[in-house]
Design a protein around this ligand. Structure first.
Ligand SMILES: Cc1cc2nc3c(=O)[nH]c(=O)nc-3n(C[C@H](O)[C@H](O)[C@H](O)COP(=O)(O)OP(=O)(O)OC[C@H]3O[C@@H](n4cnc5c(N)ncnc54)[C@H](O)[C@@H]3O)c2cc1C
Length: 474
Protein backbone atom coordinates (compact mmCIF):
# COMPACT_ATOMS: atom_id res chain seq x y z
CA UNK A 1 0.00 0.00 0.00
CA UNK A 2 1.21 3.51 -0.72
CA UNK A 3 -0.18 6.67 0.76
CA UNK A 4 0.26 10.22 -0.34
CA UNK A 5 -1.42 13.55 0.11
CA UNK A 6 -0.59 14.40 -3.49
CA UNK A 7 -3.35 13.80 -6.04
CA UNK A 8 -1.34 11.32 -8.13
CA UNK A 9 0.43 8.84 -5.86
CA UNK A 10 3.22 6.54 -6.86
CA UNK A 11 2.42 3.02 -8.12
CA UNK A 12 1.88 0.54 -5.32
CA UNK A 13 4.52 -1.94 -4.33
CA UNK A 14 3.35 -5.16 -2.82
CA UNK A 15 5.89 -6.65 -0.48
CA UNK A 16 3.60 -9.01 1.36
CA UNK A 17 4.55 -12.49 2.36
CA UNK A 18 1.00 -13.74 2.05
CA UNK A 19 -1.97 -12.96 -0.19
CA UNK A 20 -3.67 -9.65 0.32
CA UNK A 21 -7.48 -9.54 0.29
CA UNK A 22 -8.92 -6.05 -0.08
CA UNK A 23 -12.56 -5.53 0.85
CA UNK A 24 -14.39 -2.38 -0.21
CA UNK A 25 -17.20 -1.47 2.20
CA UNK A 26 -17.83 -2.21 5.87
CA UNK A 27 -21.55 -2.93 5.55
CA UNK A 28 -23.13 -6.36 5.75
CA UNK A 29 -21.31 -7.86 2.76
CA UNK A 30 -17.88 -6.44 3.59
CA UNK A 31 -17.90 -7.05 7.33
CA UNK A 32 -19.16 -10.63 7.16
CA UNK A 33 -16.59 -11.42 4.44
CA UNK A 34 -13.79 -10.01 6.60
CA UNK A 35 -14.93 -12.00 9.63
CA UNK A 36 -15.10 -15.19 7.55
CA UNK A 37 -11.41 -14.72 6.70
CA UNK A 38 -10.45 -14.64 10.38
CA UNK A 39 -8.44 -17.85 10.36
CA UNK A 40 -7.24 -17.68 6.76
CA UNK A 41 -3.58 -17.30 5.94
CA UNK A 42 -4.11 -13.90 4.31
CA UNK A 43 -3.83 -10.20 5.10
CA UNK A 44 -7.20 -8.48 4.95
CA UNK A 45 -7.68 -4.74 4.41
CA UNK A 46 -11.24 -3.48 4.75
CA UNK A 47 -11.76 0.02 3.34
CA UNK A 48 -14.88 1.93 4.35
CA UNK A 49 -15.93 5.49 3.69
CA UNK A 50 -17.27 5.60 7.24
CA UNK A 51 -15.47 4.34 10.31
CA UNK A 52 -18.56 2.38 11.39
CA UNK A 53 -20.54 -0.65 10.32
CA UNK A 54 -24.14 0.46 9.86
CA UNK A 55 -27.16 -1.64 10.71
CA UNK A 56 -29.45 0.05 8.18
CA UNK A 57 -32.68 -1.79 9.12
CA UNK A 58 -32.89 0.24 12.35
CA UNK A 59 -32.08 3.66 10.91
CA UNK A 60 -35.73 4.65 11.21
CA UNK A 61 -35.51 4.15 14.98
CA UNK A 62 -32.60 6.61 15.13
CA UNK A 63 -34.63 9.07 13.04
CA UNK A 64 -37.60 8.80 15.41
CA UNK A 65 -35.65 9.04 18.65
CA UNK A 66 -35.86 5.43 19.87
CA UNK A 67 -32.20 4.44 19.47
CA UNK A 68 -28.94 6.33 19.48
CA UNK A 69 -26.72 6.25 16.43
CA UNK A 70 -23.98 4.41 18.35
CA UNK A 71 -26.26 1.44 18.96
CA UNK A 72 -26.68 0.72 15.28
CA UNK A 73 -23.27 1.88 14.10
CA UNK A 74 -20.40 0.36 16.07
CA UNK A 75 -16.85 1.19 14.97
CA UNK A 76 -15.62 -1.33 12.40
CA UNK A 77 -12.20 -1.15 14.02
CA UNK A 78 -13.67 -2.21 17.33
CA UNK A 79 -15.62 -5.11 15.82
CA UNK A 80 -12.45 -6.45 14.19
CA UNK A 81 -10.04 -5.61 17.00
CA UNK A 82 -9.36 -9.25 17.84
CA UNK A 83 -8.94 -10.33 14.23
CA UNK A 84 -5.21 -9.88 13.82
CA UNK A 85 -5.09 -10.47 10.08
CA UNK A 86 -7.59 -7.65 9.44
CA UNK A 87 -6.75 -3.98 9.06
CA UNK A 88 -9.40 -1.28 8.88
CA UNK A 89 -8.77 1.74 6.67
CA UNK A 90 -10.95 4.84 6.41
CA UNK A 91 -11.38 6.13 2.89
CA UNK A 92 -13.73 6.52 -0.04
CA UNK A 93 -12.76 4.27 -2.91
CA UNK A 94 -12.81 6.29 -6.11
CA UNK A 95 -10.94 4.01 -8.45
CA UNK A 96 -10.50 0.29 -9.00
CA UNK A 97 -8.03 -0.78 -11.68
CA UNK A 98 -8.72 -4.40 -12.56
CA UNK A 99 -5.69 -4.68 -14.86
CA UNK A 100 -3.21 -3.26 -12.32
CA UNK A 101 -5.07 -4.92 -9.41
CA UNK A 102 -5.22 -1.74 -7.38
CA UNK A 103 -7.85 0.11 -5.39
CA UNK A 104 -7.47 3.83 -4.75
CA UNK A 105 -9.10 5.48 -1.76
CA UNK A 106 -9.21 9.04 -0.50
CA UNK A 107 -9.83 10.69 2.80
CA UNK A 108 -9.48 14.43 3.36
CA UNK A 109 -7.10 14.96 0.49
CA UNK A 110 -5.01 11.91 1.29
CA UNK A 111 -4.73 9.32 -1.45
CA UNK A 112 -3.96 5.68 -0.77
CA UNK A 113 -3.35 2.98 -3.36
CA UNK A 114 -3.86 -0.60 -2.22
CA UNK A 115 -2.68 -3.50 -4.32
CA UNK A 116 -4.61 -6.72 -4.01
CA UNK A 117 -4.44 -10.38 -4.85
CA UNK A 118 -8.14 -10.90 -4.16
CA UNK A 119 -10.83 -8.23 -4.10
CA UNK A 120 -14.33 -8.20 -2.63
CA UNK A 121 -16.42 -5.17 -3.57
CA UNK A 122 -19.38 -4.56 -1.25
CA UNK A 123 -20.06 -0.83 -1.54
CA UNK A 124 -23.84 -1.17 -1.35
CA UNK A 125 -26.37 1.30 -2.70
CA UNK A 126 -27.48 4.87 -2.12
CA UNK A 127 -30.83 6.59 -2.47
CA UNK A 128 -32.33 7.02 -5.92
CA UNK A 129 -34.57 9.97 -6.74
CA UNK A 130 -35.21 8.54 -10.21
CA UNK A 131 -33.34 11.34 -11.93
CA UNK A 132 -34.69 14.11 -9.67
CA UNK A 133 -31.74 14.58 -7.34
CA UNK A 134 -32.94 18.10 -6.50
CA UNK A 135 -35.67 16.44 -4.37
CA UNK A 136 -32.98 15.33 -1.91
CA UNK A 137 -32.67 18.80 -0.38
CA UNK A 138 -36.34 18.79 0.65
CA UNK A 139 -36.93 15.07 1.13
CA UNK A 140 -33.90 13.37 2.69
CA UNK A 141 -33.57 9.65 2.17
CA UNK A 142 -32.59 7.14 4.80
CA UNK A 143 -29.33 5.52 4.00
CA UNK A 144 -26.84 6.82 6.53
CA UNK A 145 -26.50 8.05 10.11
CA UNK A 146 -26.34 11.59 8.72
CA UNK A 147 -29.69 11.04 7.00
CA UNK A 148 -31.30 9.61 10.14
CA UNK A 149 -30.06 12.42 12.38
CA UNK A 150 -31.09 15.06 9.86
CA UNK A 151 -34.57 13.52 9.73
CA UNK A 152 -34.73 13.34 13.52
CA UNK A 153 -33.99 17.07 13.63
CA UNK A 154 -36.59 17.82 10.97
CA UNK A 155 -39.32 15.67 12.58
CA UNK A 156 -38.92 16.90 16.17
CA UNK A 157 -38.15 20.41 14.89
CA UNK A 158 -41.45 20.55 12.97
CA UNK A 159 -43.41 20.06 16.21
CA UNK A 160 -41.29 22.74 17.94
CA UNK A 161 -41.96 25.28 15.18
CA UNK A 162 -45.66 24.40 15.09
CA UNK A 163 -45.87 25.27 18.80
CA UNK A 164 -44.59 28.75 17.89
CA UNK A 165 -46.71 29.36 14.79
CA UNK A 166 -49.69 31.74 15.01
CA UNK A 167 -51.24 30.97 11.69
CA UNK A 168 -53.28 27.72 11.48
CA UNK A 169 -52.19 27.11 7.89
CA UNK A 170 -48.58 27.20 9.04
CA UNK A 171 -49.33 24.86 11.94
CA UNK A 172 -50.93 22.45 9.45
CA UNK A 173 -47.92 22.65 7.11
CA UNK A 174 -45.53 21.95 9.97
CA UNK A 175 -47.60 19.11 11.31
CA UNK A 176 -47.95 17.27 8.01
CA UNK A 177 -45.42 14.51 7.38
CA UNK A 178 -45.18 12.79 4.01
CA UNK A 179 -43.31 9.51 3.61
CA UNK A 180 -42.68 8.54 -0.02
CA UNK A 181 -42.41 4.79 -0.65
CA UNK A 182 -44.65 2.12 0.89
CA UNK A 183 -41.99 -0.59 1.14
CA UNK A 184 -40.76 -1.81 4.55
CA UNK A 185 -38.76 1.35 5.31
CA UNK A 186 -41.64 3.69 4.45
CA UNK A 187 -44.16 1.64 6.43
CA UNK A 188 -41.87 1.49 9.48
CA UNK A 189 -41.15 5.20 9.28
CA UNK A 190 -44.79 6.25 8.88
CA UNK A 191 -45.83 3.94 11.74
CA UNK A 192 -43.18 5.37 14.03
CA UNK A 193 -44.05 9.00 13.28
CA UNK A 194 -47.69 8.15 14.07
CA UNK A 195 -46.69 6.60 17.40
CA UNK A 196 -44.46 9.56 18.15
CA UNK A 197 -47.31 12.02 17.54
CA UNK A 198 -50.02 10.00 19.25
CA UNK A 199 -48.15 8.57 22.22
CA UNK A 200 -44.77 10.13 22.92
CA UNK A 201 -45.51 13.79 22.28
CA UNK A 202 -49.18 13.72 23.27
CA UNK A 203 -48.77 15.75 26.47
CA UNK A 204 -45.57 17.63 25.69
CA UNK A 205 -46.96 20.78 24.06
CA UNK A 206 -49.31 23.51 25.23
CA UNK A 207 -50.54 25.27 22.09
CA UNK A 208 -50.59 22.44 19.58
CA UNK A 209 -52.11 19.00 19.85
CA UNK A 210 -49.54 16.57 18.36
CA UNK A 211 -52.22 13.89 17.95
CA UNK A 212 -53.73 15.98 15.13
CA UNK A 213 -50.55 15.60 13.05
CA UNK A 214 -51.22 14.35 9.53
CA UNK A 215 -49.02 11.46 8.44
CA UNK A 216 -49.25 10.46 4.80
CA UNK A 217 -47.64 7.38 3.28
CA UNK A 218 -47.72 7.49 -0.51
CA UNK A 219 -46.50 5.34 -3.33
CA UNK A 220 -46.88 5.24 -7.11
CA UNK A 221 -47.52 1.46 -6.84
CA UNK A 222 -51.03 0.24 -6.02
CA UNK A 223 -50.01 -1.77 -2.92
CA UNK A 224 -48.41 -1.42 0.47
CA UNK A 225 -45.47 -3.80 1.06
CA UNK A 226 -45.84 -5.37 -2.41
CA UNK A 227 -43.08 -7.95 -1.78
CA UNK A 228 -45.07 -9.38 1.17
CA UNK A 229 -48.08 -10.33 -0.97
CA UNK A 230 -51.71 -9.26 -1.03
CA UNK A 231 -52.79 -10.50 2.41
CA UNK A 232 -49.94 -9.10 4.52
CA UNK A 233 -49.85 -5.88 2.49
CA UNK A 234 -53.59 -5.43 3.08
CA UNK A 235 -53.17 -6.11 6.76
CA UNK A 236 -50.38 -3.54 7.03
CA UNK A 237 -52.50 -0.98 5.20
CA UNK A 238 -55.51 -1.49 7.49
CA UNK A 239 -53.37 -1.22 10.55
CA UNK A 240 -51.68 1.95 9.35
CA UNK A 241 -55.12 3.44 8.75
CA UNK A 242 -56.16 2.53 12.29
CA UNK A 243 -53.07 4.29 13.57
CA UNK A 244 -54.08 7.46 11.75
CA UNK A 245 -51.71 7.13 8.77
CA UNK A 246 -53.29 8.17 5.46
CA UNK A 247 -52.18 5.69 2.81
CA UNK A 248 -52.31 7.12 -0.71
CA UNK A 249 -51.49 4.64 -3.47
CA UNK A 250 -51.13 5.11 -7.23
CA UNK A 251 -49.73 8.55 -6.39
CA UNK A 252 -46.58 9.46 -8.27
CA UNK A 253 -44.40 12.27 -6.96
CA UNK A 254 -43.82 14.86 -9.65
CA UNK A 255 -42.22 17.64 -7.62
CA UNK A 256 -40.91 18.40 -4.15
CA UNK A 257 -40.05 21.77 -2.65
CA UNK A 258 -39.60 23.34 0.77
CA UNK A 259 -43.32 23.75 1.38
CA UNK A 260 -44.75 20.58 -0.01
CA UNK A 261 -44.97 17.86 -2.56
CA UNK A 262 -46.80 17.55 -5.87
CA UNK A 263 -48.31 14.22 -6.86
CA UNK A 264 -50.05 12.84 -9.91
CA UNK A 265 -52.78 10.32 -9.15
CA UNK A 266 -53.58 7.27 -11.23
CA UNK A 267 -56.45 9.20 -12.91
CA UNK A 268 -53.96 11.83 -14.13
CA UNK A 269 -55.03 14.51 -11.64
CA UNK A 270 -52.16 16.56 -10.24
CA UNK A 271 -52.51 17.81 -6.68
CA UNK A 272 -50.33 19.36 -4.02
CA UNK A 273 -49.84 18.36 -0.40
CA UNK A 274 -48.54 21.14 1.80
CA UNK A 275 -46.03 19.60 4.19
CA UNK A 276 -42.85 20.78 5.88
CA UNK A 277 -41.37 17.31 6.41
CA UNK A 278 -40.92 14.94 3.50
CA UNK A 279 -39.05 11.65 3.76
CA UNK A 280 -37.86 9.70 0.75
CA UNK A 281 -37.99 5.93 1.19
CA UNK A 282 -38.32 4.96 -2.46
CA UNK A 283 -35.68 3.66 -4.83
CA UNK A 284 -32.05 2.70 -4.57
CA UNK A 285 -29.07 3.26 -6.83
CA UNK A 286 -26.06 0.98 -6.54
CA UNK A 287 -22.61 2.42 -5.83
CA UNK A 288 -21.00 4.05 -8.90
CA UNK A 289 -18.16 1.56 -8.46
CA UNK A 290 -20.47 -0.94 -10.20
CA UNK A 291 -20.43 1.14 -13.39
CA UNK A 292 -16.66 1.43 -13.17
CA UNK A 293 -16.24 -2.33 -12.82
CA UNK A 294 -18.72 -2.91 -15.65
CA UNK A 295 -16.73 -0.72 -18.04
CA UNK A 296 -13.51 -2.58 -17.27
CA UNK A 297 -14.84 -6.14 -17.24
CA UNK A 298 -17.61 -5.95 -19.83
CA UNK A 299 -20.19 -7.08 -17.25
CA UNK A 300 -23.65 -5.60 -17.75
CA UNK A 301 -24.85 -2.83 -15.45
CA UNK A 302 -28.61 -2.34 -15.02
CA UNK A 303 -30.57 0.91 -14.63
CA UNK A 304 -30.23 0.77 -10.86
CA UNK A 305 -26.44 0.56 -11.29
CA UNK A 306 -26.18 -3.10 -10.22
CA UNK A 307 -23.49 -5.10 -11.95
CA UNK A 308 -24.24 -8.58 -13.32
CA UNK A 309 -22.00 -11.13 -11.69
CA UNK A 310 -21.17 -14.71 -12.66
CA UNK A 311 -22.93 -17.49 -10.69
CA UNK A 312 -19.89 -17.53 -8.37
CA UNK A 313 -20.24 -13.75 -7.74
CA UNK A 314 -17.08 -12.92 -9.71
CA UNK A 315 -16.67 -10.65 -12.72
CA UNK A 316 -16.17 -12.14 -16.20
CA UNK A 317 -12.47 -12.81 -16.76
CA UNK A 318 -11.64 -11.83 -13.18
CA UNK A 319 -11.94 -14.80 -10.82
CA UNK A 320 -10.04 -12.72 -8.24
CA UNK A 321 -12.82 -10.08 -8.04
CA UNK A 322 -16.07 -10.75 -6.20
CA UNK A 323 -18.97 -8.29 -6.04
CA UNK A 324 -21.55 -8.90 -3.31
CA UNK A 325 -24.66 -7.38 -1.73
CA UNK A 326 -26.75 -4.49 -3.01
CA UNK A 327 -24.27 -3.72 -5.81
CA UNK A 328 -24.63 -7.02 -7.59
CA UNK A 329 -27.31 -8.37 -9.86
CA UNK A 330 -27.88 -12.12 -9.98
CA UNK A 331 -31.08 -14.11 -10.49
CA UNK A 332 -33.20 -11.12 -9.39
CA UNK A 333 -32.02 -11.52 -5.78
CA UNK A 334 -33.43 -8.75 -3.56
CA UNK A 335 -31.33 -5.99 -2.00
CA UNK A 336 -31.55 -7.29 1.55
CA UNK A 337 -29.07 -7.88 4.33
CA UNK A 338 -29.10 -11.69 4.05
CA UNK A 339 -28.13 -11.60 0.37
CA UNK A 340 -25.15 -9.41 1.30
CA UNK A 341 -24.16 -11.48 4.35
CA UNK A 342 -24.37 -14.80 2.54
CA UNK A 343 -22.63 -13.34 -0.53
CA UNK A 344 -19.79 -11.95 1.60
CA UNK A 345 -19.27 -15.28 3.33
CA UNK A 346 -19.45 -17.17 0.05
CA UNK A 347 -16.78 -14.91 -1.49
CA UNK A 348 -14.51 -15.36 1.54
CA UNK A 349 -14.92 -19.15 1.37
CA UNK A 350 -14.18 -19.15 -2.37
CA UNK A 351 -10.96 -17.20 -1.74
CA UNK A 352 -9.90 -19.63 0.98
CA UNK A 353 -10.55 -22.59 -1.31
CA UNK A 354 -8.62 -21.13 -4.20
CA UNK A 355 -5.64 -20.22 -2.04
CA UNK A 356 -5.66 -23.75 -0.62
CA UNK A 357 -5.60 -25.13 -4.18
CA UNK A 358 -9.07 -26.66 -3.81
CA UNK A 359 -11.62 -26.65 -6.67
CA UNK A 360 -14.48 -24.12 -6.51
CA UNK A 361 -17.45 -25.12 -4.35
CA UNK A 362 -20.06 -24.42 -7.05
CA UNK A 363 -22.37 -21.47 -7.68
CA UNK A 364 -23.75 -19.16 -5.01
CA UNK A 365 -27.09 -20.29 -3.62
CA UNK A 366 -29.11 -17.83 -1.59
CA UNK A 367 -30.98 -19.28 1.35
CA UNK A 368 -34.06 -17.11 1.85
CA UNK A 369 -34.68 -16.75 5.59
CA UNK A 370 -37.77 -14.60 4.96
CA UNK A 371 -38.57 -10.97 5.57
CA UNK A 372 -40.29 -8.91 8.22
CA UNK A 373 -41.48 -5.35 8.74
CA UNK A 374 -42.83 -3.65 11.86
CA UNK A 375 -45.92 -1.51 11.65
CA UNK A 376 -46.25 -0.34 15.24
CA UNK A 377 -45.15 -1.45 18.68
CA UNK A 378 -46.40 -5.01 19.23
CA UNK A 379 -47.28 -5.55 15.59
CA UNK A 380 -45.30 -6.66 12.55
CA UNK A 381 -45.73 -8.78 9.43
CA UNK A 382 -43.52 -11.76 8.62
CA UNK A 383 -43.12 -13.71 5.40
CA UNK A 384 -41.05 -16.80 6.15
CA UNK A 385 -41.21 -19.57 3.56
CA UNK A 386 -44.73 -21.00 3.60
CA UNK A 387 -45.61 -18.99 6.70
CA UNK A 388 -47.12 -15.56 6.27
CA UNK A 389 -48.38 -14.04 9.47
CA UNK A 390 -48.75 -10.79 11.34
CA UNK A 391 -49.37 -9.40 14.81
CA UNK A 392 -47.62 -9.79 18.13
CA UNK A 393 -45.77 -13.05 17.39
CA UNK A 394 -44.34 -11.57 14.19
CA UNK A 395 -43.25 -8.52 16.19
CA UNK A 396 -41.53 -10.66 18.85
CA UNK A 397 -39.74 -12.57 16.10
CA UNK A 398 -38.71 -9.28 14.53
CA UNK A 399 -37.25 -8.13 17.87
CA UNK A 400 -35.25 -11.32 18.37
CA UNK A 401 -33.89 -11.43 14.81
CA UNK A 402 -32.85 -7.78 14.83
CA UNK A 403 -31.23 -8.16 18.21
CA UNK A 404 -29.24 -11.15 16.94
CA UNK A 405 -27.83 -9.17 14.04
CA UNK A 406 -27.00 -5.96 15.92
CA UNK A 407 -23.25 -6.17 16.28
CA UNK A 408 -21.75 -6.07 19.78
CA UNK A 409 -22.90 -7.05 23.26
CA UNK A 410 -23.07 -3.44 24.58
CA UNK A 411 -25.24 -2.34 21.68
CA UNK A 412 -27.63 -5.23 22.27
CA UNK A 413 -27.98 -4.44 25.97
CA UNK A 414 -28.65 -0.73 25.46
CA UNK A 415 -30.96 -1.42 22.52
CA UNK A 416 -33.14 -3.69 24.69
CA UNK A 417 -33.17 -0.97 27.34
CA UNK A 418 -34.27 1.70 24.87
CA UNK A 419 -36.88 -0.60 23.36
CA UNK A 420 -38.36 -1.16 26.82
CA UNK A 421 -38.56 2.60 27.34
CA UNK A 422 -40.26 3.16 23.99
CA UNK A 423 -42.46 0.10 23.65
CA UNK A 424 -43.59 -0.52 27.24
CA UNK A 425 -43.53 3.13 28.21
CA UNK A 426 -44.18 6.07 25.94
CA UNK A 427 -40.78 7.74 26.11
CA UNK A 428 -38.01 8.11 23.57
CA UNK A 429 -34.54 8.52 24.99
CA UNK A 430 -32.88 9.98 21.91
CA UNK A 431 -34.69 13.22 21.20
CA UNK A 432 -31.61 15.41 20.86
CA UNK A 433 -31.54 17.34 17.60
CA UNK A 434 -28.72 19.78 16.92
CA UNK A 435 -28.46 22.54 14.35
CA UNK A 436 -25.62 20.64 12.71
CA UNK A 437 -27.89 17.67 12.17
CA UNK A 438 -30.59 19.76 10.57
CA UNK A 439 -28.51 22.14 8.49
CA UNK A 440 -25.11 20.45 8.19
CA UNK A 441 -25.68 18.55 4.96
CA UNK A 442 -27.27 21.48 3.19
CA UNK A 443 -24.51 23.80 4.33
CA UNK A 444 -21.86 21.41 3.04
CA UNK A 445 -23.67 20.99 -0.26
CA UNK A 446 -23.81 24.73 -0.67
CA UNK A 447 -20.05 24.87 -0.32
CA UNK A 448 -20.08 23.25 -3.72
CA UNK A 449 -17.67 21.16 -5.76
CA UNK A 450 -14.54 22.53 -4.12
CA UNK A 451 -15.58 21.18 -0.76
CA UNK A 452 -16.46 17.80 -2.30
CA UNK A 453 -13.10 17.80 -4.05
CA UNK A 454 -11.24 18.53 -0.84
CA UNK A 455 -12.71 15.31 0.57
CA UNK A 456 -11.53 13.13 -2.27
CA UNK A 457 -8.32 14.84 -3.25
CA UNK A 458 -9.55 15.83 -6.70
CA UNK A 459 -9.74 19.33 -8.22
CA UNK A 460 -6.53 20.37 -6.55
CA UNK A 461 -4.37 22.96 -8.18
CA UNK A 462 -1.29 22.07 -6.23
CA UNK A 463 -0.35 19.31 -3.83
CA UNK A 464 -0.78 19.85 -0.10
CA UNK A 465 2.29 19.75 2.11
CA UNK A 466 4.53 17.18 0.53
CA UNK A 467 3.75 13.91 2.24
CA UNK A 468 6.02 11.00 2.84
CA UNK A 469 4.97 8.28 0.45
CA UNK A 470 4.33 5.13 2.35
CA UNK A 471 2.91 6.87 5.39
CA UNK A 472 -0.16 5.05 6.47
CA UNK A 473 -3.58 6.62 6.28
CA UNK A 474 -6.20 6.91 9.03
C1 LIG B 1 -33.50 2.18 5.82
C2 LIG B 1 -33.18 0.77 5.39
C3 LIG B 1 -33.85 -0.29 5.98
C4 LIG B 1 -33.56 -1.59 5.60
N1 LIG B 1 -34.22 -2.62 6.21
C5 LIG B 1 -33.89 -3.89 5.90
C6 LIG B 1 -34.50 -4.98 6.59
O1 LIG B 1 -35.36 -4.78 7.45
N2 LIG B 1 -34.10 -6.24 6.26
C7 LIG B 1 -33.15 -6.47 5.32
O2 LIG B 1 -32.79 -7.62 5.08
N3 LIG B 1 -32.57 -5.47 4.65
C8 LIG B 1 -32.91 -4.19 4.92
N4 LIG B 1 -32.31 -3.15 4.26
C9 LIG B 1 -31.35 -3.47 3.17
C10 LIG B 1 -29.99 -3.84 3.73
O3 LIG B 1 -29.58 -2.92 4.71
C11 LIG B 1 -29.02 -3.91 2.56
O4 LIG B 1 -29.48 -4.87 1.65
C12 LIG B 1 -27.62 -4.27 3.02
O5 LIG B 1 -27.13 -3.28 3.89
C13 LIG B 1 -26.69 -4.45 1.83
O6 LIG B 1 -25.40 -4.74 2.30
P1 LIG B 1 -24.15 -4.27 1.46
O7 LIG B 1 -22.95 -4.79 2.17
O8 LIG B 1 -24.32 -4.60 0.04
O9 LIG B 1 -24.20 -2.70 1.53
P2 LIG B 1 -24.18 -1.76 2.80
O10 LIG B 1 -24.58 -2.45 4.02
O11 LIG B 1 -24.92 -0.55 2.37
O12 LIG B 1 -22.65 -1.41 2.95
C14 LIG B 1 -21.95 -0.68 2.00
C15 LIG B 1 -20.69 -0.19 2.65
O13 LIG B 1 -19.84 0.33 1.66
C16 LIG B 1 -19.36 1.60 2.08
N5 LIG B 1 -19.07 2.33 0.85
C17 LIG B 1 -19.92 2.73 -0.10
N6 LIG B 1 -19.25 3.31 -1.11
C18 LIG B 1 -17.94 3.27 -0.77
C19 LIG B 1 -16.76 3.72 -1.40
N7 LIG B 1 -16.77 4.30 -2.59
N8 LIG B 1 -15.60 3.54 -0.75
C20 LIG B 1 -15.56 2.93 0.46
N9 LIG B 1 -16.65 2.47 1.09
C21 LIG B 1 -17.82 2.64 0.47
C22 LIG B 1 -20.48 2.16 2.92
O14 LIG B 1 -20.03 3.18 3.77
C23 LIG B 1 -20.90 0.90 3.66
O15 LIG B 1 -20.05 0.66 4.74
C24 LIG B 1 -32.58 -1.84 4.61
C25 LIG B 1 -31.92 -0.78 4.02
C26 LIG B 1 -32.21 0.52 4.41
C27 LIG B 1 -31.48 1.66 3.78
Amino acid sequence: MTTSSAPAPAAPQSSRARPHVVIVGSGFGGLFAAQRLRNADVDVTIIGKTSHHLFQPLLYQVATGILSEGEIAPATREILRRQENARVVLGEVTDIDLAARTVTSHVLGRTTVHSYDELIVAAGAGQSYFGNDRFAEFAPGMKSIDDALELRGRIFGAFELAELADDQAEVDRLMTFVVVGAGPTGVEMAGQIAELAHRTLRKDFRRIDPTTARIILLDAAPKVLPSFGERLGGRARRQLNEMGVEVQLGAMVTDVDADGIEVKDADGQVRRITAATKIWAAGVQASPLGQMLGEQSGAEVDRAGRISVQPDLTLPGHPEVHVVGDMMSLDKLPGVAQVAIQGGRYAADAIKRRLAGKPPAGPFHYFDKGSMATISRFSAVADIGKFKFGGFIAWMLWLVVHLMYIVGFKSRVTTVFHWLISFLGRGRSQRVATQQQVYGRLALEHLGPHFEASKTGGLKTEPDNEDVTGRESA
